[in-house]
Design a protein. Structure first.
Length: 452
């Protein structure tokens, strides 16, 4: 009897230990099969129909047809399309709240709220271009986000950007911590300090963002680029003019973070951008939004758009005062021409073989809605002449290359992280189909059913 009791006690102890350990084991070994989907893998090739995707843990274990279903959770998705999650290589996070921008809004709650919005729109990685603040680094939020320990899109930071003294960007709108070196020596020292935060990119505002303000001294941005490279960082430049682009290309810029908008790029410049492997982020949505609200753009009544806006933003951009302010401004025709030139340049560069990556400058103003802007950018790339699949590649594979995370993200293939979107429509047929989000998976886990 005593022996039996000992056996029973031992058996119960073993069973209890197994049960207590089960959640950890199932988390590591969990497997889900996305069955019978149309697959867009991000490489630009034609979609493959009736494909299965096996997700094991946080990664893709297998892609094929009629995969084994034994021991896995099956999500049958006949008629659905699967593509890689979007990546936006130029955004701003945390300084926008409602209809205003301020450093006072830069809190953990506001940052996470906006990262979750990107996630709802299928954007799972973002690069914040130069408007982050100490809280991000002092609290460990930057590292935690990249490790997937924070809800929402993974946040890549360019730290504190660099501008011209008395010039761009305006210190208001949450840009008061942008550094403004007066000399090349000061510029190099500030980049060295920034490198201690372990950011992988720097952002500099080179042009004056309009007449009457000073531009960044070429000696300063030359030093910024050189110091970035010495610290294994990439240098990104806010620009507008073709003359600035030419000089920056000569000086070794890595990322052109906005379109060239004053002139159509010539063959010599195009070839130099291509041959030096410079990433081109056109931010077409920024230029579209700069003038579109002078009229009534077709997306205003789209619930998908409205759900992306900050509180009060819809009322602001649809007000007669806002509309008249855009339409009656003397620079309205210039903004239209800038957008049209941007469309021409991105297509020329793309056809020449330049790596074009998706980025939008979303989050820098209430009109540049986070999440929706990224889908608008895809539409505008197609308007510029890209095929839908080429636009998707810009927003997945190419953007992953821009962030230097393409070893694990940006395409759907065995061994890569399972960051993907399940769509109700096929965006290869109509690029607006990227907005038909059915499910968002981050590292193999369902995290959203789209904007609600």
């Amino acid at each position: 009897m005593k022996t039996n009791y000992l056996y029973i006690h031992l058996a119960c102890a073993i069973l209890l230990a197994a049960c207590q350990g089960a959640p950890h084991a199932s988390q590591a070994d969990r497997a889900m099969l996305l069955q019978d989907v149309t697959l867009i893998d991000g490489h630009g090739q034609a979609p493959r129909e009736h494909m299965d995707i096996l997700m094991q843990g946080d990664s893709i274990a297998q892609i094929g047809q009629h995969l084994d279903t034994l021991g896995v959770t099956v999500m049958r998705l006949t008629g659905k399309t699967v593509m890689p999650a979007l990546i936006s290589a130029h955004v701003h996070v945390g300084t926008l709240k409602g209809t205003e921008n301020s450093g006072d809004f830069y809190t953990r709650d506001n940052i996470v709220r906006q990262l979750q919005r990107y996630q709802d729109y299928g954007v799972l990685q973002v690069l914040v271009m130069g408007t982050d603040r100490p809280l991000l680094f002092e609290t460990g939020l930057a590292d935690s986000s990249l490790k997937g320990l924070v809800p929402g899109a993974r946040l890549h930071s360019a730290g504190y950007g660099f501008g011209a003294a008395g010039g761009a960007p305006p210190a208001a709108y949450g840009m008061d911590l942008v550094q403004r070196p007066a000399t090349p020596e000061e510029a190099a020292r500030q980049v060295g300090d920034l490198a201690k935060l372990h950011v992988r990119n720097i952002k500099m505002w080179v042009d004056n963002m309009g007449p009457g303000k000073p531009k960044m001294d070429p000696g300063v941005y030359h030093a910024l680029i050189g110091a970035a490279h010495q610290n294994n960082m990439k240098a990104a430049a806010h620009l507008f003019y073709i003359a600035d682009a030419r000089q920056l290309v000569k000086d070794g810029i890595d990322i052109i973070a906005h379109s060239i908008r004053d002139q159509v790029a010539d063959d010599t410049l195009v070839a130099a951008i291509r041959d030096k492997g410079i990433v081109y982020i056109p931010t077409l949505a920024l230029d579209k939004f700069a003038y579109a609200y002078g009229d009534t753009p077709p997306w205003l009544d789209n619930p998908y758009f409205r759900k992306s806006l900050e509180a009060g933003a819809f009322e602001l951009i649809t007000s007669q005062t806002y509309r008249d302010g855009i339409r009656n401004n003397t620079n309205y025709p210039d903004k239209v021409r800038a957008f049209e030139t941007a469309l021409k340049n991105v297509y020329i560069l793309h056809k020449a073989g330049v790596l074009v990556a998706l980025g939008t400058d979303s989050g820098a103003s209430p009109a540049r809605a986070q999440g929706f802007s990224e889908h608008m950018e895809l539409i505008l790339l197609v308007e510029a002449g890209f095929t839908p699949l080429e636009a998707i590649t810009a927003g997945t594979k190419n953007a992953a290359k821009a962030l230097r995370v393409d070893d694990a993200y940006g395409t759907l293939e065995t061994g890569k992280k399972a960051d993907l979107l399940v769509l109700n429509e096929n965006p290869a047929q109509n690029i607006a189909g990227t907005q038909s989000i059915f499910r968002v998976f981050k590292a193999g886990q369902e995290v959203s059913q789209g904007p609600q």
